[in-house]
Every structure is written in C-alpha cells, then in structure tokens.
Design a protein around this ligand. Structure first.
Ligand code: PHE
Ligand code: ZN
Ligand code: ZN
Ligand code: ZN
Length: 269
C-alpha cells in the first residue's frame, strides 16, 4: 500500500474537533457534533466513490446512526471489514476516543480509492454510533444483517483509541486484541509493527468494551489495534473535556493508519 502521512488523518481530526467545538465540546449522540460527524463521514466516503449507507436508530429517545461504506470491487461473498466509533461521550470531544480510529479509517479509504485498488475480497468500513452507550450501533448493525450476511464477513478489525501519546515518559502501549492471536488476524499487524521496531502486546483484554464484541458474538473472526496498554491505562484525558487535538500524537496516527493499510491490503488480497 502507499504510505499514509500525518496530514491526512490529522486534517480529519481537525474537522471532528470543529464539530465538537460548535457543539459544547462534544460529539455525543443526540448532539449537533454527532450529526455533523455523520454528515461528514457520509460526504467523504461517497466522494471517494464508496457505496455509502446511513443506518439510523435511536437510543433512549436520542437519535444515532451508523455509516457503512463499501469499496464496490472484489468478491461480495468474502468481506474484510474494519470499524471505529463515530460518537464521543458527553463530557468531551472524543478526538482520541475515537476520532483517531475514524480518521485512520478515512485515510485508508482515500488510499484505496487513490490506488484504484481491485482487491480479491470486498472491503467494508463501519463507523458506529452509540458505542459509548454500550456498543449499540455495532450491535444494531449485526442484528439487522440479512440472513447469511454475517457468514460472509471473513474478518472484522476494530480501531478504538489509536492516537495515544507518550505520557509521564511512558511510551505508547501498542496492543492487539487477545482474540486475534488464535484466529491469525494479529499476524499482519504484528509484522507491520515489528518492521517499525515496535513491540506490541498481542493479548489486550478489551472486556468486550468496544464494537468488535457484536461481531465476535455473531461468530465472526475479530481483532483490533489500540495505542493503550490496558483498560486501566487509557490516558489522562480519557472521557474528559481535554480529549482534544493535543491529546493525540501525530506519529501514533501515522503508525495506526499504515498498520491498517498493511493489514487490509494483505487480508483483502
Ligand atoms: N474506547 C473504549 C471506550 O469507549 C475503551 C476501549 C479502548 C476499549 C480500547 C477497547 C480498546 O470506553
Ligand atoms: Zn471467506
Ligand atoms: Zn469511550
Ligand atoms: Zn472508544
């Protein structure tokens, strides 16, 4: 794949921060910041030539939505899927959690379009709403799949918090989900990070606290990447007002974006 530079994901993060700034510093479901995020995703992905669907749902009276986008080439019977959550908590703008995953995926969509990739398998990205209410959007998507559609998803890769920075002199804690050790999905990520001279923890226990859980429960092979060491060390600004652009490290965004590119290109063939 082509190398993704910092400017692309950082420009997306600046947009997400603008949406939050115009919405009392939040992109929580039901807010203008969330609605603007969904519109932005829809416009960006459609503009890149991806087949894009907005799936609306409500959570305790609040409007939420998923954006699902597919690169319309490759065998639709074998899907490589990747996802991140588009919402934040009420307390903050959610730039690392999980603007970082969203921005890294948008950068990947652009790289695929610009390369005019013709993969063997179908590539589909999901941008989930209401993760912060308990993985609601991803669960909604999986439970509303038509019969047989879950079985066509060969892999689901989750990206939640991939922009952590050095804190208190402690290096970023790159981790791969424990689930990916047994199904082989960690391998392409491990080879990418090894080539960068970075040691990763290959067995992050996420306690199902993100959007891979619904896919795993439906029998899909899953894994994910995060720049956190463990769920006890999520960063000083986790779920706080200060989860803004200064809470994200540009180099982490570069590493995450290119790790995704290497894995998606290798898994999709
Ligand atoms: N971002 C999750 C949350 O929204 C926490 C989490 C981080 C889960 C990394 C899995 C991996 O609370
Ligand atoms: Zn298959
Ligand atoms: Zn969160
Ligand atoms: Zn999150």
């Amino acid at each position: 794949p082509p190398v993704i530079t910092a400017t692309v994901p950082m420009a997306h993060l600046s947009k997400l921060m603008e949406f939050a700034a115009a919405s009392s510093n939040t992109r929580v479901i039901g807010s203008a910041g969330f609605t603007a995020t969904v519109s932005y995703l829809q416009a960006q992905l459609a503009g890149l030539g991806w087949t894009t669907t907005v799936q609306n749902f409500t959570v305790r009276g609040k409007k939420a939505a998923n954006v699902v986008a597919e690169w319309p080439y490759g065998d639709a019977g074998h899907v490589v899927m990747a996802g991140a959550h588009s919402d934040s908590v009420a307390a903050g703008p959610g730039i690392n959690d999980d603007g970082s995953g969203v921005a890294a995926l948008l950068a990947n969509a652009a790289a695929i379009t610009q390369s005019n990739l013709r993969p063997a398998k179908r590539i589909r990205f999901g941008f989930w709403g209401a993760e912060e209410q308990g993985d609601v959007g991803s669960s909604y998507y999986v439970s509303h799949l038509a019969g047989g559609e879950a079985a066509k998803i060969d892999a689901y890769l989750n990206f939640d918090m991939v922009g952590n920075k050095v804190e208190n002199g402690k290096a970023v804690g790159w981790s791969l989900y424990a689930e990916g050790q047994s199904n082989g999905l960690n391998a392409p990520f491990q080879s990418y990070f090894a080539a960068q001279g970075i040691t990763v923890n290959p067995s992050l226990d996420t306690d199902d606290r993100s959007d891979h859980a619904a896919f795993k429960n439906a029998g899909v092979d899953v894994t994910g990447v995060s720049s956190v060491r463990s769920l006890n060390e999520l960063g000083a600004c986790y779920h706080k007002a200060c989860d803004n652009l200064t809470d994200v490290d540009q180099n982490s965004m570069v590493l995450a974006s290119n790790a995704i590119a290497n894995a998606v290109w290798s898994l999709a063939g």
